[in-house]
Design a protein around this ligand. Structure first.
Ligand code: IMP
Ligand code: MG
Length: 207
């Protein structure tokens, strides 16, 4: 079961390396309240890895990471998977505004190898409207994998436009623009070890 998140105010600098504490404590920081603390993230990623190892026991799993945001989650998740598994990546661009994807998706980088007859698990950072994932499920589904499932670190149920089968969910978060642990705003903040809300939502609409 996904872990619903109650937003919390973290004490500035708590549990963070000095550089990150400094980044958060500067008045100009765009980093808002913490949505998922680093230790909760790591605990949940471990649980997901263990669950996936049990569910796919005896099979040769292929993890498909969606660049770039999922890389951080995927590399941690993979270290908790105890069965033979391989990894491949796709990069997609979704047309739309800074905050809303349109569902029209362009493939920037395709998988290196065919997936016919493979057990495929798509690893995503966040499912927002669901339109990007809907496209990926159709596109990869047409390549006739033996199975095709989804593992998303975060979902924003309030924003969902399409109902999709997401087998593994890390956390459900409220309708906030999330940054950190792979998630970016203008390519920044992917390196945060926790997930936070972007403080200045207005800056989203300026781009
Ligand atoms: P969707 O098609 O609306 O589900 O969202 C597609 C992509 O938009 C996600 O895979 C993310 O890369 C990005 N995205 C959606 N919501 C957020 C967010 O809150 N923070 C950062 N990126 C996001
Ligand atoms: Mg993504």
């Amino acid at each position: 079961m996904p872990d619903p998140v109650t937003p919390q105010q973290a004490p500035p600098g708590a549990d963070q390396p000095p550089a990150l504490a400094a980044q958060r404590s500067t008045g100009s920081s765009d980093i808002g309240r913490v949505l998922v603390e680093a230790d909760r993230l790591q605990r949940r990623v471990r649980e997901l890895g263990e669950q996936i190892s049990r569910d796919y026991e005896g099979s040769r799993l292929l993890l498909v990471g969606v660049l770039k945001g999922a890389v951080f989650f995927l590399s941690d998740l993979m270290r908790h998977i105890r069965i033979p598994c391989e990894v491949d990546f796709m990069a997609v661009a979704s047309y739309g505004s800074a905050t809303d994807s349109s569902g029209v998706v362009r493939i920037l980088k395709d998988l290196d190898a065919a997936i016919a007859d493979r057990e495929v698990l798509i690893v995503e950072d966040i499912v927002d409207s669901g339109l990007t994932l809907q496209y990926l499920l159709r596109n990869l589904g047409a390549r006739e994998p033996r199975s095709l499932e989804v593992c998303a670190l975060l979902t924003k149920p309030e924003r969902r436009k399409v109902d999709l089968p997401i087998r593994y969910v890390g956390f459900e978060i409220p309708n906030e623009f999330a940054i950190g642990y792979g998630l970016d705003h203008g390519e920044r903040f992917r390196n945060l070890p926790y997930v936070a809300a972007l403080a200045n939502r207005e800056s989203l609409h300026r781009e």
